[in-house]
Design a protein around this ligand. Structure first.
Ligand SMILES: Nc1ncnc2c1ncn2[C@@H]1O[C@H](COP(=O)(O)OP(=O)(O)OP(=O)(O)O)[C@@H](O)[C@H]1O
Length: 622
């Protein structure tokens, strides 16, 4: 190979004048092709463009298998003064194991750190991106790296698996030590990672089959086993109605994320069948790999006719006879009755989810370009709600977010809406004013001017102002702006969204633990539902950050929560919650305990009904 100095000189010539300025033999053709691609991507050679993007989704090869191979390699070769890495097809560093402290400092400095992306488009030529691009093992040494800051490294990379590999093993050393002689080792490690991955995948699928067989041997009419990727159903399940099969599979998949009680419990299937199911964990080599749902049709599909009592917190008395209130939902009724039933479903839905109602209002206002103020406690998700719904309505729309607290209150401060007021945009545009309560008098007057122009025009700009409930006082400077808004929508506090709390917490957790498996136990969701969340989602994020710092993977249990979550319980039911609770009891009663029909009558999802039944402590409906 050409000496390092010649390559370095060739790279500087290339950076100034392109491929035409260097001779054929100065650099290898694959490296030159990668330099060309890096140049086309306008890779910045002054600043290293590696950015932190989190830990990404799971690649096809299980990372725990790959990590174990690299640990073993270091343990078997204690004299090896280098680092071993796994880099995925996006250039994301997934795993790193170090053998030399000086080199690991260097790798930290150039951000070859798990969670950082070293794609060719960001940092130029590297061994990993080249090996994955070419589909073969390759080394990149010193100045062959396109980016000068990577010149002190030499790396040999080999793709894991064949076809379209999504992972590469990289052996990294100091540039002075070279890396070409490490290619056979990189290849051998890649083969071992691939073998381990295949072995673990096979073991997982075998464990699912074993669980299915065991359920059959125990006499369970239905069994569904899943690891999240593969769903296996027993012959009994394949004989039930397709929508019931789907519902059982969904339930098994959901149980991977939400704890289902292991004891048998009732579920209503879409066909109206009442079933009894239980969910158990599946382990392979002592590690949880999935779950199996077993069960069958419930012995008594209909609720026992003799039991008429219903109660909520001991206060409800049953009427003397059953009535078929669900009848208007059936097709053989008149159009007027159907309309009435639909109106009732709508009213129920609105009663049961103030958040859903707020969301519908926000969408309608955005759709009709009616400027609106979102009113709610700090951190309830006003900004997120407006942004999400605007992007759903207008995927190609543009957004200007104005942080009102940051606008200076001096005549010299710039008006963030001035540009929008001057130039009329051609595509939908959302102007989101966050925290309007923080505006000073001068800033409010300037925004008032821009808003006057914006709202008078017919172009597709829609304005949303976010106002903290605690600061509602129209005599403050923001009061001047209120005349520009057509609508006010109240975004309910998190404590009134108890039924969604588990989902919100799980979604926040997912963003915090990208790629890692961390979920909340059933019991933890119950504890979270019982806390009043005065700081709303912001506070929930703080609590989950605390949890993640102490428990990065696994299942979060109640003792992992901060004591604060246990100290203050949710207040007694509000009037709204009491009305919701009554509506549920009424619907369950009318549907004779069939939760599937009750959810349809209420116009909400069954999962939502289950959560509300738990959250309100509705203990028995017959
Ligand atoms: N549905 C949701 N699921 C998960 N996280 C959410 C959801 N809605 C909001 N969040 C998160 O909660 C936090 C607060 O949300 P957001 O900034 O939208 O609230 P806000 O009411 O506008 O806050 P503020 O009153 O401070 O202006 C953000 O980190 C956001 O990502």
């Amino acid at each position: 190979m050409t000496g390092a100095r010649e390559v370095e000189a060739a790279r500087w010539r290339f950076l100034r004048g392109g491929a035409a300025t260097i001779g054929d033999s100065a650099v290898r053709a694959v490296v030159l092709a990668s330099w060309e691609r890096s140049r086309a991507h306008a890779v910045d050679t002054e600043r290293l463009g590696a950015s932190f993007v989190g830990h990404g989704g799971p690649p096809a090869t299980p990372l725990e298998a790959a990590g174990a191979v690299l640990d073993e390699a270091h343990a078997d070769n204690p004299e090896f003064a280098g680092s071993l890495l796994l880099v995925d097809a996006d250039g994301l560093v997934r795993v790193r194991r170090d053998g030399d402290p000086a080199l690991s400092d260097l790798l930290d400095a150039v951000r070859l750190v798990p969670g950082y992306r070293h794609a060719e488009a960001a940092v130029g030529t590297t061994a990993a991106t080249l090996a994955l691009h070419e589909g073969t093992a390759l080394a990149v040494e010193g100045p062959e790296h396109f980016h000068p800051q990577l010149s002190s490294l030499a790396a040999a990379a080999a793709p894991v698996g064949t076809g379209r590999p999504d992972l590469a093993v990289v052996v990294v050393r100091h540039a002075a030590d070279g890396a070409a002689d490490q290619l056979p080792w990189a290849r051998a490690l890649a083969r071992r990672v691939d073998d381990q991955g295949t072995r673990r995948r096979r073991a997982r699928v075998l464990a699912l089959h074993d669980a299915l067989d065991a359920a059959g041997a125990d006499g369970a009419p239905w069994a569904v086993a899943t690891d999240g990727d593969v769903v296996l159903a027993s012959s009994g399940v394949r004989r039930v109605a397709p929508e019931d099969q789907q519902s059982l599979s969904d339930r098994a998949l959901a149980a991977l994320v939400i704890d289902e009680p292991p004891r048998p419990h009732h579920v209503d299937l879409p066909s109206g069948t009442c079933a009894e199911v239980a969910v158990h964990e599946i382990r392979a080599d002592g590690v949880p790999v999935g779950c199996v749902l077993t069960g069958g049709p419930a012995e008594h599909d209909e609720a026992p006719a003799a039991t008429e009592a219903r109660r909520r917190q001991g206060s409800h008395v049953a009427p003397t006879a059953r009535r078929d209130f669900a009848a208007p939902l059936r097709d053989d009724r008149s159009a007027a009755e159907r309309t009435h039933a639909e109106a009732r479903v709508r009213a129920n839905r609105e009663l049961l989810s103030p958040y859903l109602r707020a969301r519908q209002e926000v969408v309608a206002n955005l759709g009709h370009r009616r400027h609106q103020v979102l009113l709610g406690e700090t951190g309830v998700g006003k900004r997120t709600l407006a942004l999400e719904q605007f992007h759903r309505l207008h995927p190609d729309g543009a957004v200007t977010v104005v942080e009102c607290a940051r606008i200076g209150d001096t005549p010299a401060a710039t008006d963030p809406l001035a540009g929008l007021a001057e130039a009329s945009p051609s595509r939908p545009h959302l102007a989101l004013l966050r925290g309007i309560q923080a505006l000073g008098p001068v800033a409010a007057r300037r925004l008032d001017e821009s808003l006057r122009v914006l709202v008078a025009r017919t172009d597709p700009v829609v304005v949303v102002g976010c106002l903290d409930t605690a600061s509602v006082d129209a005599t403050r400077p923001y009061g001047l702006l209120l005349r520009h808004f057509h609508e006010t929508v109240r975004v309910p506090a998190l404590r009134y969204r108890a039924d969604e709390l588990g989902d919100i917490a799980q979604s926040v957790l997912r963003t915090m633990t990208t790629g890692r498996s961390l979920r909340l136990s059933h019991q933890v969701v119950r504890v979270l539902e019982g806390y009043p969340w005065p700081g709303n989602i912001n506070e929930l994020e703080d609590v989950l950050r605390y949890v993640v710092a102490r428990k990065p993977v696994g299942v979060v249990q109640a003792p992992d929560l901060p004591s604060l979550c246990f100290t203050s319980r949710a207040p007694k039911l509000s009037m709204l919650e009491t009305a919701q609770c009554d509506a549920i009891i009424q619907a369950l009663y009318e549907a004779r305990g069939n939760r599937y029909r009750a959810a349809a009558m209420l116009g909400i999802a069954r999962s939502s009904l289950y959560r509300k039944i738990d959250a309100f402590g509705i203990s028995y409906i017959a």
